[in-house]
Write a protein that binds this ligand. Structure first.
Ligand SMILES: CC(C)(COP(=O)(O)OP(=O)(O)OC[C@H]1O[C@@H](n2cnc3c(N)ncnc32)[C@H](O)[C@@H]1OP(=O)(O)O)[C@@H](O)C(=O)NCCC(=O)NCCS
Length: 188
């Protein structure tokens, strides 16, 4: 595992709190994640019809709060290996071809979660968790747990000693949260 104060990488997956300066650039990927969730009948406050534009609009509407430090978006990214270049039929001299570079593709966002910091004067100890999403094909790899762990660190850094969230009764997410140690509360 490698880490610095803003991110850490484990098993090729980097967890980080998105800096406000690059927030806008990740909105297209966040929108795809959110739309795929709504399309699989996980409501997350929205109802159908729900377009990619609606999803982008949601993330865009959060930008001011992200810039003001009232909420944080934690993301999990993975850099894919570049595929082996196709062998060339003929030698092409010594011209530099950037596609021949070894290395990795730009990282892809596999999951996200939002930490909302309560702004109420008597609730500066409270944070809220929202929009925890791991892409379907990346679930059960520990990414949900890592996203929350990163979010919890950020919450502590801001003096938040309690985290609250809503989730659907009987859903996989309810089982997930219970499994990783969250406690269920409800009105009697
Ligand atoms: C809920 C969700 C975020 C979990 O993400 P994930 O990356 O698959 O979870 P992890 O791999 O980190 O799982 C952590 C642990 O919870 C368990 N777990 C995960 N999903 C579970 C489920 N549906 N039922 C029971 N246990 C589950 C895992 O087996 C794992 O256990 P282990 O630590 O003993 O191995 C993901 O399923 C998801 O994005 N769901 C759709 C969106 C959603 O419902 N979000 C919550 C809205 S409130």
């Amino acid at each position: 595992m490698t880490s610095n104060s803003n991110s850490y990488t484990t098993d090729g997956i980097t967890l980080k709190v998105c800096p406000p300066s690059s927030y806008r650039s990740i909105i297209p990927e966040l929108a795809v994640l959110l739309k795929s969730c709504i399309d699989s009948n996980i409501t997350m406050n929205f109802i159908q019809p729900f377009s990619l534009e609606d999803a982008s609009e949601f993330w865009l509407s959060a930008e001011d709060n992200v810039k003001q430090g009232k909420q944080f978006v934690v993301i999990a990214q993975e850099a894919k290996e570049r595929p082996e270049p196709e062998p060339k039929a003929q030698a092409v001299g010594l011209l530099h071809d950037p596609s021949d570079q070894e290395g990795t593709e730009p990282p892809v966002i596999l999951g996200c979660v939002i930490l909302y910091l309560s702004q109420l004067p008597n609730a500066k100890h409270r944070g809220e968790v929202g929009k925890l999403i791991v892409g379907k094909e990346h679930r059960k790899r520990g990414i949900g747990k890592m996203l929350l762990s990163c979010l919890e660190d950020k919450a502590r850094e801001h003096g938040r000693t309690i985290l609250v969230l809503d989730t659907q009764t009987g859903s996989g997410a309810e089982l997930f949260y219970e499994h990783i140690g969250y406690t269920k509360v409800r009105i009697r």
